[in-house]
Design a protein around this ligand. Structure first.
Ligand code: NAD
Length: 541
């Protein structure tokens, strides 16, 4: 006799079978080995399972339910955490270059499915296909980087003041790394973390966004195949899908040595406090409120399209999206008229179609956030140059009528007051707020005057401006670009932001150093045991 929950599952699966998934969706899911006629297990710790709440994956473009994903119950989460710890005890003893070889195989397996995974990102998150594929390419790139790193994660030998002594600084694996990721980069953010964490000898447990579970299942399947075919426990790269409760449990667990959290400032603030209170390690990658500054000598042929991509790309849902535009008075009218012409060319479309530049925002909630921000601007007397409303069902055709489409908006508030909500809040939608300045120093002060400090961009050909911008009195962000837009970073440099963006660094640069446990190790190979600083502790007779 079936239990009540098993009965419920059988009837849900029957309902799913009777609902025909669109061919648009089923082709993409099938290519990635995701079942289309039953619930999808969303927990992996060496075996697949999931008996917790059901997460619905909804296509932002059409509103179609793509799948129902079985998330982790509290008991399954605990088991996954235990297995991750056991897996850590195995992977930490695998030599680092061997871990590099695993990463090489992961890189190959991801590259072989790059287009399919990119299409899934587009289907489930809503970004246009070229950006979806680019996101998977980012995982491929960081895996390449980590292969090399696996032979270069070096410590140091430090000169000792004592004869016959050596001091070593040794990086050892850290333990279990919990990765909590945001909806807008459902593949790449995990990639940055997994690649460095595995190269460093850690086991990783991933809690993805509850609205992009299918991307996490597809990626985990690819990685699990590599681990299993190498005779390693799958829990080296485990997965626990779920909502806020699962996220909180990972963050609170003392068996998670480091929590790498990517998401909003509000949730990041709570996560930071909880991990700090238990003296765990925390890496925070939070919101951005990024500005581009355009000087009179800027090449507008380059600057205008870059601002267009920065503000509208990913429908304004990148942490590095351009949200504030500061124009020098002398070029402001010309710049805005060219930018408005580009905005006028935008049409909402299916992000899977190659001609589409404007896909949907990710959720119904995001449409609401967009609309309230536009209303706030209007109420404050801002001039709305274009956009200013969501698309209604009647504005859209066919399947798109079920989608979350909004009009990219350019607004010019009455003045620039960076303490005002209009300027200081990250609105995760395609809204660009414009201010006009006379002196570079004024624009830099506006750039720096908000709580966030992720990305920033200056457009100029004058080397004196460049010096100011990248120097001590320049931009206070983690990303300080010149003649390059605010979004679209490469993996080679450390990625992250300052102030309320959380100070975290991921990907390239020295980011790997956070994923290890550093030991300062003084070795005495002499016949004496002198104390440091010449301290004498010999008892007098
Ligand atoms: P979010 O903060 O709502 O969610 C992030 C993750 O935290 C999700 O996995 C979510 O399920 C989980 N979560 C929610 N509440 C939790 C809690 N109380 N405890 C533990 N986990 C919890 O963010 P989002 O809406 O998915 O993503 C958008 C935000 O992410 C934006 O602010 C964006 O700027 C930011 N982001 C930052 C970067 C960066 O590198 N700085 C990159 C991508 C996105």
């Amino acid at each position: 006799m079936l239990s009540r929950s098993a009965l419920a599952r059988v009837s849900r699966n029957a309902a799913l079978r009777s609902r025909a998934l669109s061919s648009r969706a089923s082709a993409i899911l099938s290519a990635l080995d995701i079942p289309t006629n039953q619930e999808v297990p969303g927990v992996y710790d060496g075996t697949w399972g999931g008996t917790g709440d059901i997460l619905e994956s909804v296509c932002p473009t059409t509103g179609e339910v793509l799948a129902r994903v079985q998330s982790a119950s509290p008991q399954e989460l605990q088991t996954a955490l235990d297995k991750t710890r056991e897996a850590y005890e195995i992977i930490r003893s695998v030599p680092a270059p061997r871990r590099g070889e695993l990463l090489r195989q992961i890189r190959e397996a991801l590259a072989a499915k790059r287009d399919e995974l990119g299409a899934l990102v587009s289907l489930e998150m809503g970004k246009i296909r070229t950006e979806g594929i680019g996101e998977v390419q980012e995982f491929v790139d960081i895996a390449d980087y980590a292969v090399g790193l696996s032979r270069m994660m070096n410590g140091r030998v430090v000169a000792s003041e004592r004869p016959g002594h050596s001091i070593l600084e040794i990086p050892n694996p850290l333990g279990v790394v919990g990765v909590l990721s945001a909806f807008n980069f459902p593949v790449a953010v995990y990639g940055w973390n997994l690649a460095l964490s595995l190269a460093a000898g850690n086991a990783t447990i991933w809690k993805p966004s509850n609205t992009t579970p299918l991307c996490s299942v597809a990626v985990t399947k690819i990685i699990a195949n590599v681990l299993e075919s190498n005779g390693l426990p799958g829990a080296v790269a485990g997965l626990v899908t779920g909502g806020r409760d699962v996220g909180e449990a990972v963050v609170e667990s003392s068996s998670v040595d480091m929590v790498s959290f990517t998401g909003s400032e509000n949730v990041g603030r709570q996560v930071g406090k909880v991990v700090q209170a238990r003296f765990g390690k925390v890496l925070l990658e939070l919101g951005g409120n990024n500005a581009a500054i355009v000087m009179p000598d800027a090449d507008l042929e380059l600057a205008v399209p870059a601002v267009f991509f920065g503000a509208v790309g990913t429908a304004g849902q990148r942490c590095t999206s351009t949200r504030r535009l500061y124009l020098h008075r002398s070029i402001a009218p010309e710049f805005l008229s060219r930018l408005q012409a580009l905005y006028a060319s935008l049409r909402p479309g299916d992000p899977l179609e190659s001609s589409t530049l404007l896909g949907p925002v990710h959720s119904r909630a995001a449409v609401g956030i967009y609309s309230s921000a536009v209303n706030r601007l209007r109420n404050a007397g801002a001039e709305i140059l274009c956009g200013g409303s969501a698309f209604s069902e009647t504005d859209l055709v066919g399947e798109l009528q079920g989608g979350n489409f909004v009009r990219p908006t350019i607004a010019v508030p009455k003045s620039v007051d960076v303490k005002d909500e209009i300027w200081k809040t990250e609105t995760f939608a395609p809204i660009l707020t414009v201010g006009v300045f006379d002196k570079l120093e004024e624009a830099i002060a506006w750039n720096n005057g908000v709580p966030q400090g992720l990305s920033s961009s200056l457009w100029t050909r004058d080397v004196r401006n460049v010096g100011k911008w990248i120097g001590p009195a320049g931009s206070d962000c983690g990303i300080v670009n010149v003649n390059v837009g605010t979004s679209g970073a490469e993996i080679g440099a450390a990625f992250g932001g300052n102030k309320s963006t959380g100070w975290g660094r991921e990907s390239g640069g020295d980011a790997w150093k956070q994923y290890v446990r550093w030991s300062a190790c003084t070795v005495n190979f002499s016949d004496e045991a002198p104390l440091a600083q010449g301290v004498n502790f010999t008892p007098t007779a």
